[in-house]
Design a protein around this ligand. Structure first.
Ligand code: PHE
Length: 346
């Protein structure tokens, strides 16, 4: 029996097969157990002779089972360890990484440039009311300039009677900041604005950055210096030339539109040099002016004591100019290939 049991045990391929063998030999009905039971019916002499042999057989079979089981478990562990081996010298697989969007990048750059000039960052709501977006900026109900803004209005009246709308520019933040903080003021206000307009250079949602300085004895020279300093820092060039053109905004008086000189190199606009130089032209980059005294008044300050300047510019346009993009709509498609093409991938 022992030889046969050893062979069968050593050939068992699974723990299940081993258990079957254990029952077959050592279980209640097992063949070795049956032998043990015969001991009771033997004469003392016979029992003395056979008992050690049968006990020995039982122990031999039990031992073989235990050995085989241990060997199987060891082999299984070995296999698992082999399968789970980590090769720490393998280079990590190239995972695609996210990157900062050009608009966020430019907003960060602008915040940093203006922080160096002592400007804090202010914010206002994108859902505005008529009063902040228009009336307080010297555009009463019937003002024709309102029509130029292609405003998205909400259908319901606001509690105080004004209509709610998606702000068409960041200029309402001028009023909110003066009302909340008084004077002096030195802030920029970046954010989303909305106009019902869409083509290669217009999207219904775009980004502006507003600047506002209110203090005593502020004049146009401060505005010109600030814009020049900021544009040179932003485009990282010393040869930026500005052209200030008289213009009109209801909330500034006088109003000034600002152009920068540029040339076209390899099909791409490159800012720098006078727009009047050969091969150069002017491009409008922002609107600005001295804050209209009526706006200062409506914001709760005394216009005889406080004056200032304001400017507003399109962040997306600045990004296009600096990084060479030509279609504004692509900014908001969320296509990582477009980002990568313009160098915005990690
Ligand atoms: N709010 C104006 C616009 O959206 C820009 C501007 C801001 C002009 C501040 C003058 C002063 O066109």
């Amino acid at each position: 029996i022992e030889a046969e049991a050893r062979t069968r045990i050593s050939e068992a391929e699974s723990l299940g097969a081993l258990e079957t063998l254990r029952v077959e030999y050592l279980g209640k009905q097992g063949s070795v157990s049956a032998l043990l039971k015969t001991l009771g019916k033997m004469s003392p002499e016979e029992r003395q002779e056979k008992a050690p042999k049968i006990q020995g057989l039982r122990q031999a079979v039990a031992g073989a089972l235990a050995d085989r089981k241990q060997a199987m478990e060891a082999a299984e562990l070995e296999a698992r360890l082999a399968a789970e081996t980590l090769d720490l010298s393998l280079p990590e697989p190239a995972e695609p990484k996210g990157s900062v969007h050009p608009v966020s990048q430019v907003m960060d750059e602008l915040a940093e440039i203006f922080a160096d000039l002592g400007f804090a960052v202010a914010t206002g709501p994108e859902i505005e009311d008529d009063w902040y977006n228009f009336t307080a900026l010297n555009m009463p109900e019937s003002h024709p300039a309102r029509a130029m803004h292609d405003t998205f209005y909400f259908p319901d009246q606001a509690p105080k009677g004004g209509r709610m709308l998606l702000r068409t520019h960041t200029s309402p933040v001028q009023v909110r900041t003066m009302m909340a903080e008084g004077a002096p003021v030195r802030i920029i206000a970046p954010g989303r604005v909305y106009r019902s307009d869409s083509d290669a250079t217009h999207t219904p949602m775009f980004h502006q950055i507003e600047g506002l300085v209110i203090d005593r004895d502020i004049h146009l020279g401060h505005l010109k210096w600030t814009l020049e300093t900021f544009l040179k820092a932003f485009f990282e060039r010393d040869d930026i030339v500005l052209r200030l053109r008289p213009s009109y905004f209801p909330f500034t008086e006088p109003s000034v539109e600002v152009d920068v000189g540029y040339s076209v190199e390899k099909g791409r606009r490159v800012v720098g040099g006078s727009g009047d130089a050969p091969g150069h032209a002017w491009m409008e980059v922002l609107g600005s002016g001295m804050v209209n005294r009526r706006v200062i008044e409506m914001s709760g300050l005394d216009p005889d004591e406080w004056q200032g300047f304001a400017f507003g510019t399109g962040v997306d346009r600045l990004a296009m100019l600096k990084y060479g993009m030509d279609d504004l709509r692509a900014f908001f498609d969320g296509d990582v290939r477009w980002m990568a093409h313009y160098g915005f991938s990690a």
